[in-house]
Design a binder for this molecule. Structure first.
Ligand code: ZN
Length: 213
């Protein structure tokens, strides 16, 4: 389900397009939503493909974090340095991802980390457990990689693309496709940086999310 459908279901039962006048943003940041494995919230992330022994591993392209936390298995669980389960209300913990209609720009994060030399990839993740949503995107408790998109121009040639794709497939057990397999809203959300500027109100603004399509 996309964000519009999600919010219509969770926040707006019975509301129709004829009642879509919301003068102020509705802040649901403090409302954790629950998603089960049967019906996860599908979202997208940017990764770098790092060498790891005789294979490769996805890692989060953490801006300003030289450790580049690896994502070694398909499924990952959020943690927080504070003493609570992640994600938590009022904290910034959780597994971050973008869904359609939110502001975080995956091409922007790529631009932010242009000094990187390792290949990049986009991956779809299925988010479950407790999830918080704001205009930046989602913060999830659990996330599992469900498919990977590896651009062919980030590797030196077709053979290198094939080798890397096979290693990713073996490690994560998911399809690895060309970049064209990524939804256009992910690829076309170009900004000069990944996170939205500090001036933007991250509260959900239902009008901006175009909920009434
Ligand atoms: Zn936290």
């Amino acid at each position: 389900m996309d964000l519009a459908g999600l919010l219509r279901l969770v926040l707006l039962p019975g509301v129709t397009r004829h009642h879509s006048t919301y003068a102020r943003p509705i802040d649901i940041e403090e409302h954790g939503l629950e998603y089960t494995d049967d019906a996860p919230l599908r979202a997208w992330r940017l990764f770098r493909v790092r060498p790891s022994g005789n294979t490769v591993v996805l890692s989060s392209p953490m801006f300003h974090d030289p450790k580049h936390p690896p994502w070694p298995e398909a499924r990952s669980t959020a943690t927080c340095s504070e003493d609570h389960e992640a994600p938590a209300a009022g904290c910034r913990c959780g597994i971050y991802a973008a869904i359609e209609g939110t502001l975080d720009s995956l091409p922007g994060y790529l631009f932010d980390t242009a000094y990187e030399r390792d290949p990049w990839a986009y991956a779809e993740i299925a988010c479950t457990g407790r999830i918080f949503v704001d205009m930046r995107g989602v913060r999830a408790q659990y996330a599992e990689v469900t498919r990977i998109a590896l651009p062919d121009d980030v590797l030196q040639d077709r053979a290198a693309w094939g080798t890397t794709a096979r290693r990713l497939n073996e490690r994560y057990g998911v399809p690895v496709n060309e970049i064209g397999s990524v939804p256009s809203w992910v690829r076309e959300n170009h900004r000069e940086q990944g996170p939205p500027s500090a001036a933007i109100d991250l509260s959900l603004d239902l009008d901006k999310l175009d909920l009434w399509r």
